[in-house]
Design a protein around this ligand. Sequence first.
Ligand code: NAP
Length: 316
Amino acid sequence: MSSYPIINKMVPTFYFIGVTTGKSSINKVFPLWMEVLGRPEVVLEGIDHKIHDEPEAYRATVAQIKHDPNSLGALVTTHKLDIFTAAEDMFDHFDPYAQVTREMSSISKRNGRLEGHAKDPITAGLSLDHIIGDSYFGNTGGHILCLGAGGSGLATLLHLINKANKVDRPDKFIAVNRSPGRLDHMRDMANKYETDIQIEYVVNSDPRKNDELMAQLPEGSIVINATGMGKDTPGSPVTDEGQFPKNGIAWEFNYRGELDFMHQALRQVESRNLRVEDGWVYFVHGWSQVVGQVLDIEITPELFKRLDETAVSTRS
Ligand SMILES: NC(=O)c1ccc[n+]([C@@H]2O[C@H](COP(=O)([O-])OP(=O)(O)OC[C@H]3O[C@@H](n4cnc5c(N)ncnc54)[C@H](OP(=O)(O)O)[C@@H]3O)[C@@H](O)[C@H]2O)c1
């Protein structure tokens, strides 16, 4: 029994918990994916919470999923930490990443149990693997400069720490963040593992300092824009004068918006022999992993390819 009002949904419903869910590309993609997955009866419904909403509001959302049989589960953005904190006791199971990070991006049900998963280390990892393949760091000796140490920067670091082969781990991971709190959190998480990756934590929001950090990177290094600048906020974390690493990779985590960082990098493709990637693959991995979790469907590489092709067909 729930102490919150529960709506008995007439059709199987997959929730998208965010802030401005109506604006996301997933609204176009989702019905097409359900056709591909043979579940055309499942509908997507957005639930918008204000940032740092009241705990009771988060608990009401979780109760709806927990107690209504036709509410299948949810993908969570923005509120991953807050939902965990507000509703931890309502869940029967958390995966190890959710336990370590105390956040969840997926809510699902299995055999009457309510489960929370932190999929970001998996999806950030699948996206990075897609971009660099095997043995990248062994072959190049490159480092990672991660501008922004929020959820996605942390997820990328955890993925690398958990790589079994030395050739798939960089010697150095430099995390830069505007406020020290996120770096402290990253340090706490990283300290829960034994790793040979040398992790540097830099408090900074001055793009010229980031240019200096870029200039010190060895060839083949990867520079990530995980600050949200160029989409969530204007600008770029580096200046137009910043030099990307030779033979390296610039990875912008977003795929829509002004994408200033990506355009700066694109101007150096030839002069620095630079590869430039956006966040599209990350978007598709992020959603497909949670959809697979909620609908209990294994997302094989073949299925991922079909979902990606379907999603690409909606890109304007
Ligand atoms: N393509 C995809 O599917 C996908 C998936 C995941 C993330 N993303 C995108 O990646 C971005 C980051 O996501 P997230 O979940 O990691 O967000 P987040 O948790 O809000 O982290 C962003 C971090 O960047 C820091 N920051 C902002 N401006 C900065 C600056 N000028 N210099 C240094 N640090 C700065 C923030 O610092 P403070 O602590 O000071 O606020 C914050 O810690 C978002 O734009 C998101 O949309 C895309």
